[in-house]
Design a protein around this ligand. Structure first.
Ligand SMILES: Cc1ncc(COP(=O)(O)O)c(C=O)c1O
Length: 390
């Protein structure tokens, strides 16, 4: 073997079968091979296990898929390169021309965009209601044949809580599938409800450190298998190195989530008592209009605290810039705290009725609470509030 051949066929290091790494290695390989064509063909036919090409399957991704499915209480999962890719792929795979989707004003902006614009272009129609409009939901499900109900709980940014039991039971009666973007609530919440498909942005709590993006679709095996076929041809797969980092992030998922929730409760109580704060939205507060529903549905209340300052854009801007430990940045669920002032919260496409339902005003501020010391966070908020109103 000459050197140009050698560098393409490097020495193979085999581990003895009784000698295992404690952390699964990253299978940073696009291709996997068998020694004979027959076994490869058997794998294609589903007659034996194995891997062939990483766009369709990879052992590092499979480990993360199985972990997330089990945490969410379902038996299978598909991974994508971002949360939005999971939403887009799921919607495209499950809908066809002539279908109707029930969507909500409070849904994540790109989800609304995908249903209204992308699916719209392919002949899929939709109805958009408020997640709090239970009578409207019943009416639409009764009157229109619906393919999918796509929703979130808690919603972004004002943490409205969907009545999941109501939604799921009515959707079942109407014979349509329910899709819950469960990113804000996490993998340990809502699994006990008969939701057909869970979506997650792994960019948030799963990776947890703000340094890797990913998405997941979690459902029963039969639904995932149907979607897998489409996704392999659409190609939104996650890279094995990103899957490895997310897998590592998951080791501290519960510790981080618990600490973030405890910090969020502390921060929300401080804000609720502050004279310059008109209203606080955090499902863990007794004053939250759906606190009891949140308590029934969730084990904890998440790390997003939104509030309304007694002032408009200039005050909100001044407050956000005065914070020392909260960066002005997008996303939620990482170890560090973040702030999003009203100017950056989106919803510019809303008509005035939708804007009213969104509860976003010029004074709205969204905080994503991290794992820092709670006293530091509260002190920082106090000084920034004082600074904003000078
Ligand atoms: C509820 C929700 N779903 C999905 C996403 C999209 O995730 P990603 O940024 O990983 O594409 C986000 C991002 O903010 C989100 O808040």
């Amino acid at each position: 073997m000459k050197n140009p051949t050698l560098v393409n066929h490097p020495p193979v290091v085999q581990l003895p079968t009784d000698n295992r790494p404690l952390v699964a290695p990253i299978y940073q390989s696009v291709k996997f091979s068998f020694d004979d064509v027959g076994q490869t063909t058997r794998m294609f036919r589903g007659e034996r296990d194995g891997f062939f090409y990483s766009r369709s399957s990879n052992p590092t991704l499979r480990q993360l898929e199985l972990l997330l499915a089990e945490l969410q209480g379902r038996d299978d999962c598909l991974l994508t390169g971002s949360g939005v890719a999971a939403i887009a792929a799921c919607l495209l795979s499950l809908c066809k021309q002539g279908d109707h989707v029930l969507l909500f004003v409070e849904s994540y902006g790109p989800t609304r965009y995908l249903v209204q614009n992308l699916l719209g272009r392919y002949g899929v129609t939709h109805s958009m209601l408020s997640i709090e409009d239970l009578a409207g939901i019943e009416r639409v499900l009764r009157e229109v044949p619906i393919r999918l109900v796509v929703f979130e709980s808690p919603t972004n940014p004002v943490t409205k809580i969907a009545d999941i039991e109501h939604l799921v039971s009515r959707a079942r009666e109407a014979g349509c599938l329910t899709v819950l973007d469960n990113t804000f609530a996490g993998f340990h919440n809502h699994g006990n409800y008969a939701i057909d498909i869970f979506l997650h942005s792994l960019t948030k709590y799963a990776s947890g450190h703000g340094d890797v993006m990913g998405g997941a679709i979690i459902a029963r095996h039969e639904l995932i298998e149907r979607m897998r076929k489409d996704l392999v041809s659409m190609g939104p797969t996650l890279d094995p190195h990103a899957a490895f980092l997310i897998q590592r992030g998951m080791r501290s998922y519960f510790l981080r989530y618990e600490r973030q929730c405890a910090n969020a409760l502390r921060v929300s109580r401080f804000l609720a008592d502050h004279a310059r704060v008109k209203r606080v939205f955090y499902p863990g507060l007794k004053s939250h209009p759906q606190h009891l529903l949140a308590q029934k549905q969730m084990r904890d209340f998440g790390s997003v605290v939104t509030f309304e300052l007694d002032g408009g854009y200039p005050i909100v801007g001044k407050f956000s810039e005065a914070l020392r430990y909260f960066a002005i940045a997008a996303s939620v669920g990482s170890t560090e705290s973040l702030v999003m002032p009203s100017q950056l919260l989106g919803g510019t496409e809303f008509n005035s009725a939708e804007r009213t339902l969104s509860l976003i005003t010029a004074g709205t501020v969204r905080l994503s609470i991290g794992i820092e010391d709670a006293d530091d966070l509260v002190d920082d908020l106090r000084q920034a509030l004082e600074g904003a109103f000078i």
